[in-house]
Design a protein around this ligand. Sequence first.
Ligand SMILES: [Zn+2]
Length: 406
Amino acid sequence: MDDQGIGSGDLTRMAVLALIGQRGPTSRAVIARDLDLSPATVSQVTRRLIERGVLEPLDFEPSIGGRPGQLLGLVATAGHAVGVKVAVDHLAIVDVRLDGQVVTSRTEPFDVMAPEAVGRLAASLRPFVDDGHSPLLGVGVGVPGIVNRPDLGMVDAAVLGWVNMPIGRQLRAELDTPILVENDVKALAIAERLYGRGRNRRNFVVITIGRGVGFASVSDGVVRRGASGGGGEIAHVVLSPSGPMCACGSRGCLEAFVGADGLVTAGRVAGVLRGNEGLGRLAELAEGGDGKAQEVFARAAQRLARAVATTMAALDPEVVLVAGEGTTSWHHWDGPFRATLARYLPASMRGVPVEVDSWDDTSWARGAAAIVLATPFDRNAFAGRQRPHVLARLHGSRDGIDEEAG
Ligand SMILES: [Zn+2]
């Protein structure tokens, strides 16, 4: 067992599933070659995974000479996970198959400040947990805050009014299923690594724009959490101690300038927005060619790019992925963002591509589900004490797993 409680049998199974998840249908010979395993080990591990309904034999691959190998594919319905994104005023919930496909999704109003908010969260999740189809591997919860350990699920999220809130423990008690809790942007990075643009990249960063500003990094294939889960919190680096108030309680954070509220404040100061007009109106004006409104987005983009340039110099990513609900207005950010990055980055990094994700309402919740779904595929997924429970639901009982673990 290593420090995350993973046995060698678990590791071999994970490596096989990860390879097939990434390549698609694969023969036993290719698995043995790519993972440097003996044919006997491969046939033992894959036989067990087929018995458990996680892999299925498919066609024979065409071969030039020699014996054609039978391809093994992942059974997408062998397990599923529920993901929920907790926002101040709503929940987005998805049910996702092993291959990342969303089966059902739902958005509902939620008052995070209400008494018994966690009980209500559990009540909203219960119909997804009890639906009785393929094995539920667990529930992933994405929150806009800091989570010290996903398996314990203690949350600090100023914007939700949660301080040391034991969400993981409370939901486990209510739902009796594995629960993993993670910062929502780190969860998105996990989803990118598993299903998205990060699939074939070991080093990348994710930035999100919208209500807040988010940042997460993947280095050598691992989502960086730092000592206490706060790795990547560049949103709350103070740019100007006398700047506008931030939701975190400090003044002049990056987020206070480039988050939704910061843009609206800047729009008012610039005389573009009046009364109760908000971000929607600012985008509308920029769309219509209002130079002052466009300037508000441009300034925010420049601030964001300067902050991101520093992190890029520290991390040396292959690509910058931009996501978040704010990307619907990305065309107002794009030019100034790229120009500023080019000006501030070390010369060697000026060619790093910036790619913008297509965004929809389920993206955050899909990220939350990915926290759970990464567990059987990725030895670096931080599932801690929840890992054996997630794996047992996919592979059968713990005893069944250990009988073949060498
Ligand atoms: Zn702040």
